[in-house]
Design a protein around this ligand. Structure first.
Ligand code: CP3
Length: 364
């Protein structure tokens, strides 16, 4: 990927805790079912996986929220479950039920069969999508609208789906394995960690300008188990990522849902930014962490169901809690709901930009 000029680098600057004229904002799952144009693309493609595995469709839906809203970053349209799919577990999305694996990893033999997939052979559709999205974000003069985020699941969060074979409310099967056969669990996590390193580095080489590790189920783990079975592997991944590409620093974000109590430990893994869910107060989080890392988050996605005035007030409260400091990327505390009215998202983004400018100018 040739050198490009970023027209809007506020997101990357905020991740590196550099001053910005306003607080950048993007939303987890910003390309998704709440957008009618996404539902139309998915209907044309056939299914979610038909969208994700076709770089033309993946590019189209990645750009949809950017054409609608003045977002400060694009995120690759894909899924964290592409890695276990590439391992041969047989990913399916059952309508209305979420993801499911045809061949979950349950027994010692299943674990013994697991191997790190050859990214270039199995996940080429993802790196092709990354390059194509980068081109689509860039005009003929080489000017790029906003940076592109690549992502992966954490080894533990991937293991949850691989062992459970689907989503879970209590993680019964995967936690039984963790406590009964920690050796098997560690073997799965080791393979996942190696796959995540290769996958994220391939995305960086293809043009991802920041990468995010989604540890959506880290918060389901007990104190002690979190450190051993999730954080330790994230730390090893972070140490092996390409942190510079084409002369630019590639920031790394980790998001552990339910991980607010481990903020200091997550920050100590070497990441540039920590994503927080809505249960942690952003002002106190900033006091705890100082300038060691940037923070990303953390509006309760349910606020987007309320009327615009309430959404704007909650956005201001959150920005005020963080205060006039560098190092904040505004986001939701988890993915946007499919039932969110699209016009409410416009209100949120406008308020984040407006109010954070006023905070920077010292006028509020
Ligand atoms: O943020 C973005 O816009 C980029 C795209 C993205 C998707 N999934 C697309 C998607 C990202 C970053 C993800 C990450 C992901 N996927 C996570 C981690 C973040 C989180 O939400 O905790 C997890 C746990 C998954 C696994 C997954 N994929 C589940 C549980 C589901 C079904 C639940 C649901 O929301 O429907 C998916 C499907 C999925 N991935 C959809 C999208 C837009 C909806 C599928 C559809 O269109 O029918």
């Amino acid at each position: 990927m040739a050198q490009t000029t970023l027209l809007n680098d506020t997101f990357l600057r905020a991740l590196l805790r550099q001053p910005t004229a306003y607080t950048p904002v993007w939303l987890m799952r910003q390309a998704g079912r709440y957008l009618p144009e996404y539902r139309a693309s998915r209907a044309r493609a056939g299914s979610f996986m038909d969208l994700a595995t076709n770089p033309d469709f993946a590019t189209e839906v990645t750009l949809q929220p950017l054409d609608r809203y003045p977002l400060d970053a694009a995120i690759l349209f894909s899924d964290i479950l592409t890695i276990p799919d590439a391992m041969g577990l047989g990913l399916e999305f059952v309508a209305g039920e979420g993801p499911r694996f045809q061949r979950p990893v349950r027994t010692e033999e299943d674990v013994a069969r697991l191997a790190v997939p050859d990214i270039d052979a199995t996940l080429r559709y993802v790196t092709d999508a990354v390059s194509q999205i980068r081109r689509a974000l860039t005009d003929a003069q080489g000017r790029q609208r906003v940076p592109l985020i690549g992502f992966s699941g954490s080894p533990w969060t991937l293991a949850c789906y691989m062992v459970e074979g689907a989503g879970s409310s209590d993680f019964h099967t995967v936690k039984t394995m963790l406590y009964a056969r920690p050796d098997l669990m560690e073997r799965i996590l080791e393979i996942n960690a190696q796959a995540v390193v290769a996958y994220l580095n391939a995305q960086i080489e293809a043009g991802a300008q920041a990468v995010m590790i989604f540890d959506s189920w880290g918060g389901a783990l007990a104190e002690g188990a979190y450190q051993r079975f999730s954080l330790a592997y994230i730390e090893r991944i972070v140490a092996q990522l390409k942190r510079e590409h084409n002369g630019a620093r590639v920031p790394v974000i980790t998001f552990t849902k339910g991980g607010g109590q481990w903020l200091e430990e997550i920050a100590a893994t070497g990441v540039d930014a920590v994503g927080l869910d809505w249960t942690t107060d952003l002002g106190r989080a900033r006091e705890r962490i100082g300038q060691r890392v940037a923070l990303q988050g953390n509006l309760d996605p349910a606020i987007l169901f309320a009327p615009p005035a309430a959404i704007r007030a909650e956005a201001r409260t959150l920005l005020d809690r963080f205060g006039n400091h560098p190092g904040h990327v505004f986001n939701l505390g988890h993915g946007i709901s499919q039932f969110t009215p699209p016009e409410h998202v416009a209100e949120l983004i406008a308020e984040v930009h407006q109010h954070s400018r006023l905070i920077r100018q010292g006028t509020v």
